[in-house]
Ligand binder design. Structure first.
Ligand code: GUN
Ligand code: FE
Length: 454
């Protein structure tokens, strides 16, 4: 299990969203229970031991990592929108519009999770795959199956990934072989999964590494009774976050408004059912009216921006107006979405977020995003969207130590580091061209999940 550790070198993090600090010669001390207990700046490498003794720590770190000039300690990535069952289908169905892609590719794939062994195999590979890429926190949609969803929670818990786990609610507009029987059954399975996930957490001393999340797939696949039942659960359980797909594509918006003729937009619809709250994680938000943007702000709901799947699934150029959301103060994080896109990497999500923002700027003059802003969305931004910013997202003392050791000098495909590169240049090279080979160590709550242990 975790033990006290110290890291010395350059840390890069965002004290606030949009502000990235590169801090050289910094000493970060992590307690045995996995919290950041001290951060000391301007500590020469030669003085690390002396400084640690001076700090009079209750437990001296048993492992001290000294980072080189081309290495960085950064907060772990937060993936705010991810379908775990889609780990094995990513890349299939290119060009299909969203509802056709669900029918032809996704529902047949997710239906296989009725088999617990299949779920164990795919979920284990999925969680390993995301940890390898530096995702220390992930908000997962499971399939609709209760047993498979509890298996996903068990896998995250045992592998040590911080996760929100949701049984997918869907009682209509899906094939007979992959649909909840009715609203009552869907809600009962949801309650059972919540109990299981809460018990898991309690068994590890209430560390809250794995938490339940309400997961109506989207309004197209939930009838009024189910949405209302989930809204009631949300109200009765103020600790439960909520996730759903929101204004993803024109085909989906048209279908939603046909099913709910009393509403003219999705913001009012989800609000009516008690699902638009400050704990809501709204995936996509690509086609938004000014009214809906204002409503998201007013409700303090968060946006899971998934630019890779938005530009891979067919149906037009879909890209959320992130520059405008940020100007308004709306919480934004990044999501891989997994199945719908070509990549499961948050680094790729950052790059694609830059690209789609450039496109929006060219089309209608909206503010473009820099890769640095996207780094803040991938860390602190995501933590805020998942209602976890009091625990993770940066290296504030008292937060849990969820972190990555990034090495710029390893064999891989990252833009080559040169002698006269400044630290911001080396880090920018990582953000724009690095991959999981550069992410040598991964920690969640102080526990090392990737890399040679020291
Ligand atoms: N809308 C409803 N379900 C899904 C899904 O699995 N992926 C995406 N991208 N959109 C959805
Ligand atoms: Fe999705």
């Amino acid at each position: 299990m975790a033990r006290a550790r110290a890291f010395h070198g350059t840390i890069v993090h965002c004290p606030t969203v949009g502000e990235t600090k590169i801090l050289e010669d910094t000493l970060v001390v992590v307690s045995a229970s996995g919290q950041i207990s001290h951060v000391e700046h301007d500590v020469p490498r030669a003085d690390v031991e002396k400084t640690l003794s001076r700090l009079n720590l209750p437990e001296q770190p048993s492992a001290i990592t000294l980072l080189d000039r081309t290495d960085f300690l950064i907060p772990g990535f937060v993936d705010t929108h991810n379908h775990a069952p889609q780990w094995g289908q990513r890349g299939l169905g290119g060009g299909l519009h969203i509802l056709d892609w669900l029918d032809e590719i996704t529902f047949p794939n997710e239906a296989k999770f009725r088999d617990a062994e299949h779920a164990r195999k795919i979920y284990s590979a999925c969680v390993d795959g995301f940890i390898r890429q530096g995702v220390t926190t992930c908000s997962y949609y499971a399939s609709l199956h209760g047993e498979a969803t509890t298996i996903l929670a068990d896998v995250c818990h045992s592998k040590g990934q911080r996760a929100l786990i949701g049984k997918c609610n869907m009682d209509r507009n899906a094939p007979d072989y992959y649909r909840d029987k009715d609203a009552a059954e869907s809600l009962q399975v949801t309650r059972n999964v919540i109990d299981h996930v809460r018990a898991l957490d309690a068994s590890s001393g209430g560390g809250a590494l794995v938490k339940p999340i309400l997961t109506p797939r989207f309004a197209v696949s939930c009838d009024d009774e189910l949405l209302a039942g989930l809204g009631s659960l949300a109200q009765e359980n103020p600790d439960l976050p909520i996730q759903t797909h929101f204004n993803e594509a024109q085909q989906e918006i048209d279908a939603t408004l046909r099913l709910f003729p009393d509403f003219t937009n999705e913001a009012d619809l989800y609000d009516h059912f008690g699902l638009l709250t400050d704990r809501s994680i709204l995936a996509h938000c690509t086609i938004m009216t000014d009214y809906e943007i204002d409503k998201l702000r007013q409700k303090d709901s968060g946006v899971a921006h998934c630019p890779v799947s938005n530009t891979t699934v067919g149906g037009g150029f879909m890209a959320a107006p992130i520059g405008r959301f940020l100007e308004k103060g709306i919480k934004v994080g990044l999501g891989t979405d997994s199945g719908g896109g070509f990549s499961s990497s948050i680094l790729d999500a950052m790059r694609q977020a830059v690209i789609v923002s450039n496109a929006r700027q060219a089309i209608n003059g909206e503010p473009a995003l820099s890769i640095w802003q996207c780094f803040s969305l991938a860390t602190l931004g995501g933590a805020r969207v998942c209602s976890l910013a009091d625990k993770i997202g940066n290296f504030e003392v008292g937060k849990d130590f969820d972190a990555l050791v990034v090495r710029g000098g390893v064999d891989g495909v990252m833009t080559m580091v040169q002698e006269d590169d400044s630290l911001p240049m080396i880090f920018e090279k990582f953000l724009i061209s690095g991959d999981d080979r550069n992410i040598e160590e991964v920690y969640v709550k102080g526990r090392q999940l990737k890399g040679k242990s020291t």
